[in-house]
Design a protein around this ligand. Structure first.
Ligand code: NAD
Ligand code: DAU
Length: 350
């Protein structure tokens, strides 16, 4: 049985990747390693508890001796690395957590994999999951390709760019068998309600202001999370060693377009009058250094691995809204403690 370590599997995207791998590959033993930070939530993977090929390990990737021991003990065949501090606004408030987890944590995993696998790299694979934000910000035209120069603009994207460079450096210097991907904005079930879509869904339900940074003209390229998980599965199994793939939804929207669509949909779902939720839209101070536009050219993964998104945005958004409306307990459990403090601090002067 192959042993695959997935980091960050109690988070948003990680939980969908772990579910896909556990359910699809009974011949793999899947280890979900997560520190359960504010963003990690075992409720996201509750359906996997008790499955024979699934093991949860609580642990911190910044803890070098813990990581070294875990690799020595389990002798993993592969790693899919998603654990990260992932929210741009938090990186502006407190960059150091991003430096430790995203950079130091990644290097701890690279070193442990190198040490464990050094006698024979055959059949081994280290997959680093990254973001399109490493490429910086686009103007009105153009798309990010795999050869676009890195130009990260926030502490979050700079920390992810740094980890990408280190992963490639370990491939180039030590021959570590790596693959990477850079994906656009994900949305879907289980996303922590600090990110634009789930935060807005929650505020609409509770008739609270929907905070739109600046003029709401920034553009993101939205992809349903299950399609990202499908792409990760393909790249992990079929992407040639040393390659990078961009993943995106071909679905660019300004924040304001997105929020108006969401408001209309939620009015329908909540039996409210059309236009009622849109009244909650409130323009607030812009994010510092706010990237204007991200958009992915996903033609490489389409051509080489035959991946295309399976869901278009209207269908994906409806699935997402339906999930949040029928999982109010999930939101309630989160909306306490750290989240309240963070929300107060983040939006206090806006
Ligand atoms: P998330 O914040 O929802 O989840 C991150 C998970 O990592 C949490 O479960 C958390 O507990 C865990 N974690 C954090 N620090 C850790 C540490 N030191 N040790 C062990 N576990 C730790 O993030 P997400 O949105 O699911 O993103 C997952 C990955 O995908 C990240 O690497 C992110 O950069 C990348 N990504 C995200 C998006 C997006 O739109 N969300 C898009 C492209 C790429
Ligand atoms: O592009 C991939 C990235 O997408 C991932 O690497 C990040 O982990 C993920 O968080 C996401 O980053 P963004 O900063 O684009 O996502 P966020 O949901 O925070 O914001 C989306 C847009 O909405 C952005 O232009 C900022 C804006 N926004 C966000 C929040 C939280 C608002 O206008 N109001 C808000 O309250």
């Amino acid at each position: 049985m192959k042993k695959i370590l997935i980091t960050g599997g109690a988070g948003f995207i990680g939980s969908h990747v772990v579910r896909l791998m556990v359910n699809k590959y009974s011949e793999y033993q899947i280890y979900n390693l997560d520190a359960l930070t504010y963003a990690g939530n075992l409720e996201n993977v509750v359906d996997l508890e008790g499955k024979n090929n699934y093991t949860f390990v609580k642990g911190d990737i910044t803890d070098k001796s813990f990581i070294d021991n875990l690799f020595k003990q389990e002798q993993f065949d592969g790693v899919i690395h998603l654990a990260a501090e992932s929210h741009v606004d938090r990186s502006i408030l407190n960059p150091m957590d991003f430096i430790y987890t995203n950079i130091v944590g990644t290097v701890n995993l690279l070193n442990a994999a190198k040490e464990t696998w050094k006698a024979n790299y055959a059949g081994k694979r280290f997959y680093h999951v990254s973001t399109d934000e490493v490429y910086g910000s686009l103007g009105k035209e153009g798309l990010f390709t795999e050869t676009t120069s890195y130009d990260p603009k926030s502490p979050y994207s700079a920390s992810k760019a740094s980890s990408d460079h280190l992963v490639r450096a370990y491939h180039n210097t030590y021959g570590l068998p790596v693959v990477l991907s850079n994906c656009s904005n994900n949305y879907g079930p289980n996303q922590f309600p600090e990110k634009l879509i789930p935060l807005s869904i929650n505020n609409i339900i509770n008739k609270k202001p929907i905070p739109i940074y600046g003029k709401g003209e920034n553009i993101r390229d939205w992809l349903f999370v299950v399609d990202h998980a499908r792409a990760i599965d393909l790249i992990y199994h079929k992407g040639p060693i040393g390659e990078t793939y961009n993943i995106g939804g071909h679905n660019e929207l300004t924040n304001l377009e997105l929020i108006y669509t969401l408001c209309d949909l939620m009015d329908e779902k909540l039996g409210r009058e059309k236009g009622e939720s849109a009244k909650l839209i409130t323009f607030v101070t812009d994010r510092a250094g706010h990237d204007l536009r991200y958009a992915i050219d996903a033609s490489k993964i389409q051509k080489e691995l035959a991946w295309v998104p399976s869901l278009q945005f209207p269908e994906g958004l409806e699935k997402t809204v339906d999930w949040y409306l029928s999982n109010t307990k999930w939101i309630e459990n989160i909306l306490s403690g750290d989240y309240e403090k963070y929300y107060e601090n983040q939006y206090k002067n806006r």
